[in-house]
Design a protein around this ligand. Structure first.
Ligand code: SAM
Length: 258
């Protein structure tokens, strides 16, 4: 089974959307693009961002390798039939949609699903085929807090535990983080998703995630050496700068190197 596709846990994904960072990035993307623009969301998942951009008036194309994630997005589109959204089942390391876009975005750790230099370059090559001279590409990743990443492993936390009225039970996601592979720069997580009622677990699914991580200097070199211009970098979705001693997000706005 390919990793990082939420194949067992897609139905639980949106219960985590209350996280602050996932609220704050929405405002950023809506601010970056205008109605009428053609936007490609690479790794669109359940449509958390793509659906809002479509409601904003953008013509959205969403690409994802996970059928269960795309199915959740498709279900949402059924109750929003007037929105301009096209979905594609494809791998971000090799896609060809025969279209050019005004904006290409990879929200919330999508680029980090790629765990090797080779995969990252293939993804950037695929993205370039869909760019015009003025296309803006937005790539985001977490900014590794190397000090915190050295603390004791494994670390577990409850990501959410909420009552889901439509399911008539609670839903819970427990995440365990394991010691990173420092040489390959990969972080490992196990997600356990449960439906539970009255202290009894009704259903349980587990899934592993492996995310690559890059230091800002490495990310910048990757983009510059592969035909991109860095138009802007931010440390958070409020457009604030990266803080070296308080790492948060890495947000890159890229253009085509002419
Ligand atoms: C953390 S989710 C982000 C989803 C959405 N962009 C958001 O912001 O909520 C990462 C998404 O990337 C997708 N993904 C992982 N590897 C992929 C690949 N090789 N090609 C396309 N999509 C991939 C997963 O299926 C998942 O939907």
């Amino acid at each position: 089974m390919t990793l990082n596709l939420y194949e067992m846990t897609a139905e639980f994904y949106d219960f985590g959307n209350g996280r602050r960072v996932l609220q704050d990035d929405l405002g950023f993307y809506l601010n970056e693009f205008q109605a009428g623009q053609a936007i490609l969301e690479v790794g669109c998942g359940t449509g958390r961002v793509g659906l809002e951009l479509a409601k904003h008036g953008c013509e959205v194309s969403g690409l994802d390798l996970s059928i269960p994630m795309l199915n959740v997005f498709r279900r949402k589109l059924k109750s929003n039939p007037s929105l301009k959204v096209a979905l594609f089942h494809a791998d971000m390391t090799c896609f060809e949609l025969s279209m050019l876009f005004d904006g290409i975005i990879l929200p919330y750790r999508v680029f980090q699903a790629l765990r090797s230099h080779d995969e990252r370059i293939k993804c950037l090559e695929s993205i370039k085929k869909h760019m015009k001279a003025d296309t803006r590409v937005i790539v985001t990743m977490f900014d590794p807090n190397l000090k915190a990443m050295h603390d004791g492993y494994p670390k577990s936390f409850i990501d959410f535990d909420l009552y889901a009225a439509d399911l008539g039970c609670h839903v819970r996601r427990i995440i365990t983080e394991f010691e990173p592979d420092w040489e390959r720069q990969i972080v490992f997580y196990e997600m356990i998703c449960q439906k539970h009622r009255d202290g009894r677990v009704l259903e349980e699914y587990s899934e592993r995630l492996e995310l690559g991580f890059l230091l800002p200097r490495q990310a910048e070199a990757l983009f510059l050496q592969n035909g991109f211009r860095i138009e802007a970098t931010y440390g958070y979705y409020d457009y604030s700068a990266r803080l070296e001693f308080e790492p948060r997000e890495q947000i890159y706005v890229l253009g085509y190197k002419s």
